[in-house]
Ligand binder design. Structure first.
Ligand code: FEO
Length: 385
């Protein structure tokens, strides 16, 4: 598949994967992208997952059409992209391998060698000419590992963006970009908002017409939309007005209160209400929703003198990804010594710029008149802001 006259796609689709990175469900599979630039010199960008050696090598050979690669550019050392470095180097023994200093350290860790005879170490702003195509390397540490570089081709105005602008989902399945890109971003890159902001500032200085990420489709149109979303996500700002209610419920009483709150919010005209049962939904989807919307209600029970495990896991996901700049409310349930609200407040104490609602809901076993009134008051406060 040609991306431009000289740039070819040689990646693969993975529909056999059970969990990406050992934890994320990927209903539509995963794509591991790889590219070739055919010029006076030939450059290959990144490899693919270990299970796709044959397919990738075959794609590569077809794209090369009898030619031999001169450069192998390694932008990221996570094994979904780097697994075939040794296989590639065995096949093309004379190729020069181009990567950051940190990437070569990792290469030695993964493969026992950093290819001392063939390595070209590149850093910020270093250039590589392939003939017509002039490549510039831009460091992108912590997007998503420290060794990451991205590559700008000023001839075709292409940014090879590594994990940036990637998404879950194979390329032979049609689906909305933002939904699975957002879940990917907050799951995998979400902690690294500042490094993403730094990369976006560097990207703003470049004339980019095509983005070639390591996952997900090549982006050719309406790039402002994708760059805008990345700016919103990486600056930890809500993308939309709306209330997410994330809850756990053991026997259904907390759930009843949650549904009552959702109804009350809808009745008051709240623009968007999303309800996630943390024990049953995809946790990564719930994390994505929390970052997507402006307000979050956490509803859970007191459990073993603490909070229910799924809620604890959920809040940990939020805090370790820098959850901030939003409104948070608590609903708690406890039959003899409710303390869930206190525990949740403590867990979020270090999070920046959170506004906690004045109203909260305390359920003693089951909803009653008093706690139902608290639900109404909380709905009014969440709608009024
Ligand atoms: Fe797609 Fe961070 O690897």
């Amino acid at each position: 598949m040609f991306i431009t006259n000289d740039i070819k796609y040689i990646g693969v689709n993975d529909h056999n994967i059970d969990l990406f990175e050992g934890q994320y469900i990927v209903p539509n599979g995963m794509a591991y992208n790889s590219y070739v630039i055919l010029d006076d010199k030939v450059a290959v960008l990144d490899s693919v997952d270990a299970n796709f050696t044959k397919e990738w090598m075959s794609n590569l050979k077809e794209a090369l059409n009898g030619r031999t690669p001169d450069y192998f550019i390694v932008q990221h050392m996570e094994p979904d992209h780097s697994a075939n470095i040794a296989n590639f180097m065995q096949e093309y023994a004379d190729v020069k391998i181009v990567a950051s200093a940190k990437a070569f350290v990792m290469m030695k860790q993964f493969f026992g060698t950093d290819y001392p005879e063939q390595k070209i170490v590149v850093g910020e702003g270093d250039k590589l000419s392939l003939g017509k195509h002039k490549l510039t390397f831009v460091t992108a540490p912590m997007v998503h590992w420290p060794e990451v570089i991205v590559t700008y081709d000023s001839t075709d105005k292409v940014l090879f963006s590594a994990d940036g602008f990637g998404k879950f989902g194979a390329l032979d399945v049609e689906e909305d970009w933002a939904c699975e890109a957002r879940r990917y971003y907050f799951g995998i890159v979400g902690k690294y908002g500042m490094p993403v902001q730094t990369l976006l500032k560097k990207a703003a200085a470049l004339d980019i017409q095509i983005i070639c990420p390591l996952h997900g489709p090549v982006l050719k149109e309406n790039l402002g939309y994708y760059l805008g979303l990345y700016n919103t996500w990486s600056s930890y700002q809500p993308e939309e007005e709306g209330v997410v209610i994330a809850y756990t419920s053991i026997y259904g009483n907390t759930k009843k209160a949650v549904l009552a709150l959702a109804d009350a919010l809808k009745a008051k005209g709240c623009p968007k209400v999303v309800v996630n049962d943390l024990a049953r939904c995809d946790m990564a989807e719930a994390v994505e929703d929390a970052f997507r919307y402006s307000k979050l209600v956490l509803a859970t029970t007191t459990y073993n003198g603490d909070i229910f495990p799924f809620m604890k896991e959920f809040i940990n996901h939020l805090t370790e990804r820098g959850y901030s700049n939003r409104t948070v409310a608590f609903m708690e349930n406890g039959s003899w010594a409710p303390m869930a609200a206190k525990v949740m407040g403590r867990m979020l104490a270090e999070s920046k710029n959170l506004t906690f609602t004045e109203n909260s809901v305390k359920i003693m076993s089951a909803l009653n008149e008093e706690s139902s009134a608290q639900v109404e008051a909380l709905a009014a406060e969440l709608c009024a802001e």
